[in-house]
Design a protein around this ligand. Structure first.
Ligand code: IPD
Ligand code: CA
Ligand code: CA
Length: 271
C-alpha cells in the first residue's frame, strides 16, 4: 500500500470532482441518441464543463502553474514551474455514441526534468464509469488505486493482445497504419481499437494489453499514459524504437519482453 504525493492527490481529486457530471451527461447522451438533432452539441458542452471543473480545481491548488488543456489551449502561469496537461474527456466518439469507455487524463510536466529537458513527472488516467484511477509518479511506480502495476509478462507475439488507434476522417495516415496492421495482425492473438488513447496506455501499464501503437496524437492524449507504461516496467518509443515518441508523434508501447519484437515488425513494415 502506498500513499500518493500531495500533487497526485490534487489531480485525483480534480478528476473525481469532474466525474459525477460526466457520468450524468453520459446517461443523458444515451437518451439523446434517439432525438433527431443528435447529441453532438450536448457532448461538446459536457466536454467543456468537465474541463472547466478540472481547471478550477487544479488552479485552486497550484495557482501559478500553467495549464495546457485540450479545449482551452495554453493558460498562462510561471514558466519556471511545472504545467498541467489536461484532456477532460478522452474517448469523445465513444461518449457520443453511448459506449461506456472514456477517461479523464491529467499529467504534470516539469520544464527542467532530470536532463534539463521538459519531463512528465506525474500522470493520472481516471475512468469515471468504473471508478478506476491509474496513476504514476516518476521513480515511484505505476498504480491502480493502491495496487502496484506491472506490464504483462507475455513474451510470445502469438499470445499478445495489441491495442491501436485507427486513423479516421481528416486524422492520421491511413496508408502507414495499414502497413503496420498488415505486419502485426497476422502475428498476434488480437488487435483492439477501443477509442481512448489514455486508457490504451493505462491498460498496457496494467498488463491488460501487451502492446499499443498509434500516431498523430496530442500531448494530452498520451502524456499521463506514457509515464504509466514506463513506471510499470514497459517501454514507449517511436516506430524506430528510439526514445523520440513525442517528437516524432509515433507511439509504440509494449511490455519489456515484446517491445523489441513489435518494433522490428513495425520498422520492417515501414521500410
Ligand atoms: C481521441 C482518442 C482516440 C484517438 C484519437 C484521439 P478525444 O481523443 O484518444 O483513442 O485515436 O486520435 O483524438 O478526441 O476522444 O479526446
Ligand atoms: Ca484525447
Ligand atoms: Ca478530449
Amino acid at each position: 500500500m502506498v500513499a500518493h504525493s500531495g500533487l497526485l492527490t490534487v489531480m485525483d481529486r480534480a478528476a473525481r470532482k469532474a466525474a459525477p457530471r460526466l457520468r450524468r451527461d453520459f446517461n443523458e447522451v444515451q437518451h439523446l441518441q434517439v432525438s433527431r438533432k443528435g447529441p453532438a452539441d450536448f457532448v461538446s458542452m459536457a466536454d467543456k464543463r468537465a474541463e472547466q471543473t478540472l481547471i478550477e480545481e487544479l488552479r485552486k491548488a497550484r495557482p501559478d502553474w500553467r495549464i495546457l488543456a485540450e479545449e482551452g489551449g495554453e493558460l498562462p502561469g510561471d514558466p519556471d514551474k511545472p504545467r498541467f496537461i489536461v484532456d477532460p474527456l478522452d474517448g469523445t466518439t465513444n461518449f457520443l455514441h453511448g459506449i461506456p469507455h472514456f477517461s479523464i487524463a491529467i499529467a504534470v510536466e516539469d520544464p527542467n526534468g532530470s536532463q534539463g529537458k521538459p519531463e512528465i513527472t506525474h500522470g493520472l488516467v481516471y475512468q469515471p464509469l468504473t471508478d478506476e484511477s491509474f496513476w504514476a509518479e516518476k521513480g515511484r511506480g505505476a498504480w491502480l488505486q493502491d495496487q502496484r502495476l506491472r506490464v504483462s509478462s507475455r513474451r510470445d507475439l502469438s499470445e499478445a493482445l495489441i491495442a491501436t488507434g485507427i486513423p479516421f476522417m481528416g486524422h492520421g495516415n491511413f496508408a502507414e497504419w495499414s502497413r503496420i496492421f498488415g505486419a502485426v495482425a497476422p502475428e498476434v492473438a488480437g488487435i483492439r481499437r477501443l477509442g481512448s488513447a489514455a486508457l490504451d496506455l493505462a491498460w498496457v501499464a496494467a498488463g491488460r494489453f501487451d502492446g499499443y501503437w498509434e500516431s498523430d496524437l496530442k500531448p494530452w492524449d498520451v502524456a499521463a499514459g506514457m509515464l504509466l507504461v514506463k513506471e510499470a516496467g514497459g517501454f514507449v518509443t517511436d516506430y524506430r524504437g528510439q526514445d523520440m515518441a513525442m517528437q516524432r508523434n509515433q507511439f509504440l508501447a509494449a511490455n519489456d519482453g515484446l517491445h523489441s519484437k513489435l518494433h522490428k515488425l513495425v520498422a520492417n513494415a515501414l521500410r
